[in-house]
Write a protein that binds this ligand. Structure first.
Ligand code: 48F
Length: 261
């Protein structure tokens, strides 16, 4: 059978459009496909929650591919080890309480588990704003990253979600947008973004899980964004906290979704 180039084109455009339209109304929309966002998405999709992740870059996985300073091995601590078991990533004991995993195996497995569980990942799409209905933040405003990169004057499109997850990492871009557009009305002690503190792995790993919570009504923060928003330490190339934070974001949202049923 001869292949028709235009049929290939139609197949791509029609399937993408169908997928995007299907995911334009969601239970949960996640900004950023780093380890925290992907892990949150995976834990939600396992419970049959309709969830999509929007990622600016071509590649998903955020800062996990590069391990520490491009040495592509990760470290997880005692608590993080359990979640590697859960997503079936192999690891080696370096010494008691320190475990190493291959960065590429870890992120590719997480991507595979998440997408097979039903997460839809839309890469090359940047979150540029939030949608409001009355006082309520209820969606993400999206544009092609290429439009953003070329600074073209092209209007965005919008998707609706019951809950949003801020998983954009250190810059906490989604929460920054909320503060800029709505004012310093966050559920933080100051109402504003408190700001990330210097490196302290031991503290940062614990704080990132504690700080995984609602930072604005219907908007949950996870991963490094949680520590940036609530004012806690960075932890560098130790990744257990990112995965545990993603899992916690999912369980907090699941509780809320259950109370709405
Ligand atoms: O930065 P990233 O990996 O965040 P994370 O999941 O994990 C942090 C660790 O990688 C590391 C660390 C561990 O100790 O400190 O830094 O918290 O992933 C964030 C993703 O969000 C994307 C960005 O490209 C990256 O892949 N992103 C950022 N802003 C936007 C965005 C945006 N406005 N729209 C869409 N995606």
């Amino acid at each position: 059978m001869n292949l028709d180039d235009v049929v290939i084109t139609r197949a791509i455009v029609e399937s993408f459009s169908k997928k995007f339209l299907e995911y334009s109304e969601l239970d949960v929309a996640i900004a950023g496909a780093g380890p925290a966002g992907l892990c949150a998405a995976y834990c939600l999709a396992r419970q049959k929650v309709k969830v999509a992740v929007f990622e600016r870059k071509l590649s998903i996985g955020g800062g996990m591919w590069g391990g520490g300073m491009m040495f592509n091995e990760l470290v997880v601590g005692q608590e993080g080890k359990g979640i590697l078991d859960e997503i079936e990533v192999s690891y080696r004991t370096y010494q008691e309480g320190y475990y190493t995993a291959d960065a590429v195996e870890c992120i590719s497995t997480l991507c595979s588990k998440a997408t097979k569980a039903g997460v839809k990942v839309f890469n090359l799409i940047s979150v540029e704003d939030v949608m409001l209905e009355g006082e309520k933040v209820c969606g993400l405003v999206l544009n092609w990253s290429a439009v953003e990169m070329a600074s073209l004057h092209v209007d965005p499109l919008t998707i609706r979600a019951k809950y949003l997850v801020e998983a954009t990492g250190h810059p906490a871009e989604l929460i920054k947008i909320i503060v800029k557009k709505i004012g310093p009305k966050l559920l933080t002690p100051t109402g504003d973004i408190v700001g990330e503190k210097p490196m302290w792995a031991d503290m940062g790993e614990k704080e990132v899980v504690e700080n995984t919570k609602e930072a604005f009504p219907n908007v949950y923060v996870t991963g490094m964004a949680a520590n940036a928003v609530f004012g806690a330490h960075r932890m560098g190339p130790i990744f257990g906290g990112m995965l545990l934070s993603g899992k916690r974001a999912a369980s907090e949202i699941l509780k809320k979704l259950k109370t709405q049923e």
